[in-house]
Design a protein around this ligand. Structure first.
Ligand code: RB5
Length: 150
């Protein structure tokens, strides 16, 4: 099983009320958290945080990334522009597990306006504790091939 120690973490203003609690939750589980978030209440742009987290994960300076915006969608769209990133929006326990097990996602994206704090924490825990299943590698290789042609 993959040994995940370092996490890159980023949020926009939509997650202002939960970001510190989520960060503490990660630290309490023993992860080292590199925090790229926080911009104040308004006027910040989720791609700024998504790209920083994605680059750190792609460069292997963090093992996985956690991004939170209003829905998780904007963060995932932006993070997936970085080569080597598979960022998945997960809206329940099953998608959090399968994003890791089947899709080899290295960034989990969550929505603060579409989920409760406890759902967010639970999904993070599942995502980080579910290993990738090698039998899905062939599909991931096809995704990497698309990426290498761009
Ligand atoms: C910000 O209002 C909101 O658009 C953002 O957090 C996110 O939901 C975008 O996908």
């Amino acid at each position: 099983m993959e040994n995940i120690k370092k996490l890159a973490f980023g949020t926009d203003h939509a997650a202002i009320e939960i970001r510190d609690t989520v960060k503490k939750y990660l630290q309490n589980m023993g992860y080292e958290v590199k925090d790229f978030g926080f911009c104040g209440q308004v006027g910040c742009d989720y791609p700024d945080f998504a790209i920083q987290v994605a680059e750190v994960v792609a460069n292997k300076k963090a093992d996985k990334g956690i991004l939170i915006c209003g829905t998780g969608i904007g963060m995932s769209v932006a993070a997936n522009k970085v080569k080597g990133i598979i960022a998945a929006v997960c809206w329940n326990e099953d998608t959090a597990r399968l994003a890791s097990q089947h899709n080899c996602a290295n960034i989990l994206c969550l929505g603060s306006r579409t989920s409760t704090l406890s759902e967010i924490c639970h999904r993070i825990k599942i995502f980080l504790n579910t290993p990738f299943e090698e039998r899905h590698q062939r599909r991931i290789d096809k995704i990497k091939k698309i990426e290498s042609c761009q």
